[in-house]
Design a protein around this ligand. Structure first.
Ligand SMILES: Nc1ncnc2c1ncn2[C@@H]1O[C@H](COP(=O)(O)OP(=O)(O)O)[C@@H](O)[C@H]1O
Ligand SMILES: [Mg+2]
Length: 448
């Protein structure tokens, strides 16, 4: 809030004073004129209102006839022309479908009850040209506070309402939702890791939530998957998302892959969605380290500490991933409570895993003598094996061979390993996290 209006108004000309008038005062004044024109001397109160009442999506969801409180119901709205507000909506283009995100504008909302009708004048606007937060005011008849508050509550709920669906909701990213298409059995990892993770999720949603509540804790559980790039963390998240959807949980996926990048704003939005989902939610945040490298890292840590975490009474499970355990080490692992469990997702550990992975990506083309390469696959990632198999299968097809010979497979392993040693990115390796650098810097400072 700007302080201008409070400071030294004395001695200013009328014009200068009007420049200092706060935005909401202008809006209330304009709304008052509208009120006088329409409803004469009917007494009203002016209120700060929820910006959600002006939201396009909300207005389309709250249909005439919607019951509010007592006998009151919504009968509709008109859009008003307000010279102080340019009605404007944001839209995103998820796939090919445009979606309106929020609206500022002026409206007259109409309500009716058994023996009376009444209206509210509502205006919402950006605070100023350079501050994009929205301020909203409403004038309502002096005796209708309860009905208005019920209306606002429904608008707030409609703004966040998630239809339970068979898709994963995406916050950020290029799409609004996707259907996870990874089958649980297609994830090749040591059984104990898979079983452990799956039962952790299922136990939390089934039995964990009431236990958290008995202890008077918000039912918010945090799991972190850690491991080199390409070991299958994203694949695992997708498979868990599929399981969660089957059990009728809501799944929300936070993506850093859009023009906003990884901003806390996005996480914040996701947390609101989680808190008001009215269903148990699996919240997936991939590459959480990226958020921790930015200025808003303190806020992320607050979320993990529970200060800003979602209170979804039905339970929220955060599944986060990172390729860079170094970043995590300092800020999270050494601080109990920030993450409930850290689960290491390793590269291929033994011949048995290597065989399963090779079979998975060779498909029907797999045969026993391919096992010759298994030794070379230990220590590599699923992403590596997939690429090796695809490459070998393409080579064979290109040579018009109906089967993939051991020779072709070995060549493929060899050429991919060489490519990697010249710097491509399928090999498991750790890069330096910024905390390493920070640590070194701190040491330098301390040592003088
Ligand atoms: N454990 C695995 N099981 C099955 N496929 C895997 C596995 N790990 C990697 N892959 C394959 O490699 C690709 C990249 O793996 P991804 O899950 O994105 O790794 P990460 O998120 O750990 O970097 C996946 O799409 C998948 O095809
Ligand atoms: Mg990943």
């Amino acid at each position: 809030m700007k302080l201008d209006a409070d400071v030294g108004l004395l001695g200013l000309s009328a014009e200068e004073k009007s420049k200092l008038t706060l935005r909401y005062e202008i809006l209330v004044r304009w709304a008052t004129e509208q009120w006088r024109e329409r409803f004469g001397v009917t007494p009203f109160v002016a209120l700060w209102a929820s910006e959600n009442c002006g939201n396009h999506l909300v207005r389309s969801r709250i249909k005439p006839g919607r019951k509010l409180k007592g006998q009151v119901q919504v009968s509709g709205y008109e859009t008003l022309d307000c010279p102080h507000v340019v009605p404007i909506s944001d839209y995103r283009l998820p796939g090919r479908k445009p979606m309106l995100m929020e609206t500022v504008g002026a409206f007259q909302f109409n309500f009716s009850a058994a023996k009376r009708k009444f209206s509210a004048i509502y205006v919402s606007s950006y605070y100023s040209d350079d501050e994009r937060s929205i301020i909203s005011i409403a004038l309502i008849p002096a005796g209708e506070l309860e009905a208005w508050s019920a209306f606002e509550m429904q608008c707030n709920r409609a703004a966040r309402y998630l239809e339970r669906s068979q898709s994963v909701y995406i916050v950020g990213g290029q799409n609004t939702s996707f259907k996870p298409n990874v089958d649980w059995n297609d994830v090749i990892l040591p059984d104990d890791i898979k079983t452990d993770l799956r039962s952790d999720m299922e136990a939390f949603f089934k039995d964990g939530v009431p236990i958290y509540k008995q202890l008077n804790l918000a039912p918010f559980r945090k799991l972190l998957l850690v491991g080199p790039p390409g070991t299958g963390k994203t694949t695992l998240c997708a498979a868990l998302a599929g399981l969660a959807l089957k059990q009728r949980r809501v799944v929300v996926y936070v993506s850093g892959a859009d023009e906003d990048g990884a901003s806390f704003h996005k996480i914040h939005h996701a947390l609101n969605v989680v808190a008001s989902a009215n269903h148990p939610v699996l919240l997936i945040v991939e590459e959480i380290d990226v958020y921790l490298r930015k200025d808003d890292k303190a806020q992320i840590l607050n979320v993990l500490d529970g200060l800003e975490s979602p209170n979804n009474p039905k339970g929220a499970l955060l599944l986060a991933t990172t390729n860079y355990p170094e970043v995590i080490d300092e800020r999270i692992a050494k601080r109990p409570g920030r993450v409930d469990r850290i689960i290491y997702i390793p590269p291929i550990q033994d011949e048995e895993q290597a065989r399963l992975m090779l079979k998975r990506y060779m498909g029907a083309q797999y045969h026993d003598d391919h096992d010759e390469v298994l030794g070379d696959l230990i220590g590599q990632t699923g992403a590596f094996v997939r690429e090796v198999a695809l490459h070998a299968r393409m080579l064979a097809a290109h040579n018009r061979e109906t089967t993939v010979s051991l020779d072709v497979l070995q060549k493929s392993v060899h050429s991919l390993s060489t490519q990697i040693s010249t710097g491509d990115d399928l090999r498991p390796r750790r890069r330096m996290g910024f905390s390493e650098r920070e640590r070194a810097e701190r040491e330098r400072r301390i040592l003088g």
